[in-house]
Design a protein around this ligand. Structure first.
Ligand code: OSB
Ligand code: MG
Length: 371
């Protein structure tokens, strides 16, 4: 397939509710939408680099630079027979996983559409519905959290994840457990703790949490192994995992017993599948994390999460949990059994709403092959 044109759009979408984590508060989400046109087919991808370098070192401007100056020139005008060939053409770019994943996603969508198959099928998906949960930011008070919880429990979510930070942890966990003794409950610290907090983690052990996500350093694998040895609750790594190599190190060192897969963090679907397959071979369950994606990235995530070892509920809520107006025509809904249905149409299976996309575009640029 000849890559004829690539367009980037820096978007800014307002969140339904501000998202509070140990890293700060997000009121809106800025990402980059990638459009690839190839022989009459259009593919879409979302680069999940954010405005700030707080979750990852990548930001919208760094991804914009890497995409425009290195990744796009490597594939534009080329006749590419598969996505792996495109990946090989920019493999010498080190890091910048989110920039790579945004372009890779658009290429995957274009290839799946050119073959007339769904992205889920192309990636090797086997599930037609995905178990999903909801990820809640840190609340000001316990009554505030219980109020928000009631709404989401009524909607039928299978599990709840709450963000935590030192001194904003046990009181919320304790209150939720008292109110909902059986609910699947997990917590995400986004690297806000150190090994000195061991007594706090020992207390968390009493609330049968499904997992504790990334409690220690954002690039740590070693200390997590020390912590995992000391507590019963399964640890899960998010920030520390950027590749299959990181995953192997974490599993072999017993730093965690569960892996959160986000294609943006690991450079795309190809690397995600390698991690997924390795974890399956090691009996390590995986689940799909989220980056507050628009409907474009969300649809790709749902396709990836349809692979067989995504057995734990994913951070993939319906569009309206995040945005009042999304940039796609087709919105995900929560089924009564707390699942989301995997699209079966070609590629990501959702149509982009070009008018809405234009409305939320802050800047755009295009690269075109001269005819
Ligand atoms: O740590 O999983 C995280 C959002 C932005 C950055 C990091 C994280 C998150 C989320 C959002 O938890 C989950 C979602 O998209 O529903
Ligand atoms: Mg996380």
């Amino acid at each position: 397939m000849r890559i004829d044109r690539i367009e980037l759009r820096h978007t800014k979408m307002i969140l339904v509710t501000p998202f509070v984590t140990s890293m700060g508060t997000e009121y809106d989400e800025q990402h980059i939408m990638v459009r690839v046109d190839a022989e009459g087919v259009t593919g879409w991808g979302e680069c999940v680099a954010e405005e700030t370098p707080f979750y990852s070192y990548e930001t919208v401007p760094t991804a914009w630079h890497i995409l425009n100056d290195f990744l796009i020139p490597a594939v534009l005008g080329k006749n590419i027979s598969c996505v792996d060939e495109a990946i090989a053409s920019y493999a010498k770019v080190r890091g910048h996983m989110m920039a790579k994943a945004g372009l890779e996603a658009a290429l995957y969508d274009a290839f799946a559409k050119s073959k007339g198959i769904s992205l889920s099928k192309m990636l090797g998906g086997t599930q037609d519905k995905i178990n999903v949960g909801v990820s809640l930011g840190i609340s000001d008070t316990v009554p505030d959290l219980l109020h928000v919880m009631e709404k989401y429990m009524k909607e039928g979510y299978q599990r709840i994840k709450i963000k935590i930070a030192p001194d904003r942890d046990l009181q919320f966990i304790e209150a939720l457990r008292t109110e909902y003794p059986e609910m699947l409950l997990q917590v995400d610290a986004n690297s806000a703790y150190t090994l000195d907090h061991l007594p706090v983690f020992k207390k968390m052990d009493e609330y049968h949490l499904s997992l504790i996500e990334q409690p220690l350093g954002y690039d740590d694998i070693f200390d997590h192994a020390k912590l995992q040895r000391e507590i019963k609750t399964d640890l899960c790594l998010d920030e520390s995992i950027h590749s299959l190599g990181d995953t192997r190190a974490a599993i072999e060192m017993k730093s965690c017993r569960i892996i959160n897969i986000k294609p943006g963090r690991v450079g795309g679907y190809t690397e995600s599948i390698k991690i997924h397959d390795y974890c399956a071979s090691m009996n390590i369950p995986v689940w799909h994390g989220g980056m507050l994606e628009s409907g474009i990235g969300r649809a790709g995530n749902v396709a990836l999460a349809s692979l067989p070892n995504f057995t734990l509920p994913c951070d993939l809520s319906p569009n309206r949990k995040y945005y009042t107006e999304d940039i796609v025509e087709t919105l995900f809904e929560l089924n009564p059994d707390g699942t989301i249905t995997v699209p079966t149409g070609p590629g990501i299976g959702v149509e982009v709403n070009l008018k809405a996309l234009e409305k939320y575009t802050v800047r755009k640029c295009e690269h075109k092959v001269k005819k």
